[in-house]
Write a protein that binds this ligand. Sequence first.
Ligand SMILES: Nc1ncnc2c1ncn2[C@@H]1O[C@H](COP(=O)(O)OP(=O)(O)OP(=O)(O)O)[C@@H](O)[C@H]1O
Ligand SMILES: [Mg+2]
Length: 241
Amino acid sequence: MSNTIVEVEDLTMAYQEQPVLWDIDVKIMKGSRTAIIGPNGAGKSTLIKGILELEKPLSGRVSIMGTNFDAIKNKVAYIPQASEVNWDFPTTVEDVVLMGRYVHLGWIKRPRKIDYEKTHQALKEIGIYEYKDRQISQLSGGQRQRVFIARAIAQEAEIYFMDEPLAGVDKRTEKIFIDFVKRIQQKGHTSIVVHHDLNTIKQYFDHVIILNKRLIAAGPTEEVFVHDNLVKANMTWGGEI
Ligand SMILES: Nc1ncnc2c1ncn2[C@@H]1O[C@H](COP(=O)(O)OP(=O)(O)OP(=O)(O)O)[C@@H](O)[C@H]1O
Ligand SMILES: [Mg+2]
């Protein structure tokens, strides 16, 4: 179908040959705001890694924009889960965000004026411009998340995979992030976001993928984000749907 941007077929992912995600069949719509939800250890991060070919599947196929990842990788932005990043790596806030622009630069080119401008604009938008020369090891948890969000904003990709970008951020940062996600949707771009706060799913996302080692359900939020599916995924929750 023409408005499918990511197609996953029969995907099984394993670490040391132990499967952690079984037989996933899922389509992600172009221009959607898609949440991936599921309990800890459900395989949410692993699904993204499978799609982006960061981990090799045990079996199955993935296509992005009708081709493989290599062909379109400069159109893809990826924000890993913060806990998977080496924050002691000696680099500055500005450099992390600027690196998001490298896809626009070609091989070993110097960043241009426009790359610095986009980087500084993004840092200002998310409120960490004053920290631009600081080492990333010297940031609070929420500030680190903001560096990642700034990087995504500066990158200008067509499809964004973001693994818990809102973990530990304040409400103001959350609002800036969601405004950004809605803005890119208006350009027809796609965001795929691992999200833990079930209270905001309906408000923030128009599509949901529910995982718990297998695919529990996927589709438009109003069809999929229902009590039965959350029970099947073993996601207990006191909120209202
Ligand atoms: N590098 C690895 N080596 C071995 N097992 C791993 C590795 N990474 C993840 N796992 C295991 O795979 C399963 C899925 O992990 P994954 O990180 O995808 O879960 P998740 O849904 O993203 O969880 P969380 O909400 O905690 O981020 C878990 O049981 C985890 O322990
Ligand atoms: Mg994860």
